[in-house]
Design a protein around this ligand. Structure first.
Ligand SMILES: [Zn+2]
Length: 139
């Protein structure tokens, strides 16, 4: 019991450390790392950085860094992979190019939703204050 809870804590710590760490910009050949997206069954849609040299290059280094953390669960992995398999090669290209923009759009949408909720809460609080104020004046 005690050991299982300490294991959970350790994995949570590892995960946040993983997200907090800064990624290198250059590989051991001193070249700017290339960003790619993995589409394996195990890591579908997971971005990583590698040496920009082609795999056939004799001086290619073995540098490899994941940008994104592990995918949430097996269902998510399976769904992502199935989605990719069902795409045409043209759709795949668009997805690779837009992967970054898409992430930005999601981040913006989340922020917009948060702001909208704050405005709503503010309006509600304001109208409640008006009601309270009115009641005080009335009585
Ligand atoms: Zn390299």
């Amino acid at each position: 019991m005690a050991s299982s809870s300490s294991n959970n804590n350790a994995s949570a710590n590892n995960r946040s450390r993983y997200l907090m760490r800064t990624l290198p910009t250059h590989c051991s050949c001193n070249l700017r790392l290339a960003r790619r997206i993995s589409w394996t069954e195990r890591n579908p849609g997971r971005r990583f950085l590698v040496c920009p040299r082609p795999s056939s290059h004799p001086q290619r280094c073995d540098d490899f860094f994941w940008i994104d953390g592990e995918l949430y669960n097996d269902w998510y992995k399976h769904t992502m992979h199935r989605m990719y398999v069902s795409m045409s090669s043209q759709e795949r290209e668009v997805f690779e190019d837009d992967a970054h923009n898409h992430q930005m759009e999601i981040a913006l949408a989340v922020m917009e939703e948060r702001v909208a909720r704050m405005v709503d809460e503010f309006q509600t609080a304001k109208s409640q204050m008006w009601l309270l104020g009115g009641r005080c004046v009335g009585s």
